[in-house]
Write a protein that binds this ligand. Structure first.
Ligand code: UD1
Length: 421
């Protein structure tokens, strides 16, 4: 069985180019389908979620060519009808294809997207947006039946600023007749990037990055060439490694505006974060300080995707911290694995209390993508060797996490086949 093997590491130093953003590329890949011409995407991360999405797009007839980190998509011919069940169920992001396939085919039959380890992940807001724009959707036996003979611009108001539902609404609105206004829209950088991509396609978008986005759809959509920005959660993973080990790392490609909500807690813990036009330098020389209270929130708040990483880091801080999770109900699963390593973490509903802990390397299992990365970070601080199974979660979102840590001077970070497991 493959395991991620990690040893304790001393102060880090070095430069890493941060891979392209997973949560940016996935909705952009889906949105590329509303453009029957070519789409060229640069800085695409070679991760399993992207590979799965590309397979799914090929299955419905797109021609997709990988050349290093550039993807060329030709969506001229799409086979309409049903989305293959296994593919739809295997990844949450298959739901992103609903609006673009309705635009191209007028009718979609697909399974509900796969269950997810973060808890219930309803799609009611996605459906609400598409219904407001004229789609007729029913769900029977986990099967979505959707029809739309062209979308019409509409006013959409979300009860929660969902990232995925905002992206779904934007993609439909880009191809809709007339103007759409999305109220209580998500403000995440990944939403802003999708808006930039749609603008390159010739769509008029206003208000991206705020809670009210206005889109004027167009039937004249042109080919796009677009660069995928650095992954802010991968950047946060490197920041966590530096916070735990000390030292300094330069994270090439990371931009200040996308890191709002992430740099503040690292600075509170005593790290130094300095941006220049090409990247971010993160350092820690003094002691690691606790965070008395922090809670996850939609952007520009502290992101839920960084919560598990922060739990691991805070086990090394000099004092007691409290972290509250507000976005996903099952985001504390990594904490139970950290406890196996000796972490002093008490979970009470959606709050975690963390005290300074002496971690010991042992066999643990990645519960989800960011939870897996959190265990790697804990392994950097643990005595002895930590083995992490469930590596398939980690490879969904990281190109080469072990290689990235080695670039920062971590000697004992490898993917290994071991009998021990
Ligand atoms: C995206 C990210 C994920 C990140 C999350 C929040 C991708 C591929 N994934 O997920 O990494 O953790 O944003 O920043 O970009 N909700 C509903 N109904 C819906 C949709 C969502 O109730 O129709 C709820 C969810 O259950 C959750 C909250 O809204 O409690 C946030 O979800 P959302 O922002 O939609 O996350 P995703 O787009 O799924």
């Amino acid at each position: 069985m493959t395991a991620f093997q990690i040893e304790r590491a001393g102060p880090l130093s070095g430069t890493v180019p941060v891979q392209g953003s997973k949560n940016t590329i996935l909705p952009i890949l889906a949105a590329s389908l509303i453009n029957p011409g070519k789409t060229v995407l640069h800085n695409v991360p070679r991760i399993r979620d992207v590979e799965n999405m590309v397979s799914l797009m090929r299955e419905i007839g797109c021609r997709v060519i990988w050349e290093k980190r550039t993807l060329t998509i030709d969506a001229e011919k799409i086979r309409c009808g049903c989305l293959p069940k296994e593919a739809a169920v295997s990844m949450r992001s298959s739901i992103n294809l609903l609006a673009p396939l309705l635009v191209r085919c007028g009718c979609v039959e697909m399974n509900l997207p796969g269950g997810c380890s973060l808890g219930k992940r309803p799609i009611d807001l996605h459906l609400h947006a598409l219904e407001r724009m004229g789609a007729a959707i029913t769900i029977e036996d986990d099967q979505i039946h959707a029809r739309a003979s062209g979308f019409r611009g509409a006013e959409i108001c979300f009860r929660f600023p969902s990232v995925g539902a905002t992206q779904q609404a934007l993609t439909a609105a880009a191809a809709a007749e007339g103007e759409t206004r999305i109220m209580n829209a998500a403000r995440e950088p990944e939403v802003v990037q999708l808006c930039c991509f749609l603008k390159e396609m010739g769509i008029t978008v206003r208000g991206e990055g705020t809670s009210m986005i206005q889109v004027t759809g167009s039937a004249n959509r042109k080919p796009v060439e677009f660069h995928i920005c650095a992954d802010r959660i991968v950047a946060a993973t490197c920041m966590s490694a530096v916070a735990v080990c000390g030292g300094s790392a330069y994270l090439a490609g990371v931009r200040a505006p996308e890191m709002e909500g992430i740099t503040a807690p690292f600075m509170e813990m005593g790290c130094e974060a300095v941006f220049d036009p090409s990247g971010l330098r993160i350092s820690r020389t003094g002691t690691l300080k606790p965070i008395s209270y922090i809670e996850t929130k939609p952007y520009p708040g502290f992101p839920t995707d960084v919560q598990s990483l922060l739990l691991a880091v805070l086990t090394q801080a000099d004092g007691q911290s409290v972290v509250k999770e507000n976005v996903f109900e099952a985001r504390f699963r990594a904490a139970y694995q950290l406890q196996k390593m000796g972490a002093d973490i008490i979970i009470d509903n959606n709050c975690a209390m963390i005290r300074k802990s002496r971690l010991k390397g042992t066999l643990v299992e990645a519960p989800d993508l960011r939870g897996g990365a959190a265990l790697v970070i804990a392994g950097l601080a643990a005595e002895g060797t930590t083995y992490i199974t469930g590596c398939e979660h980690i490879s969904r979102g990281y190109e080469d996490l072990a290689g990235m840590l080695r670039q920062l001077g971590v000697v004992g970070a490898v993917l290994t086949e071991t009998e021990l497991l």
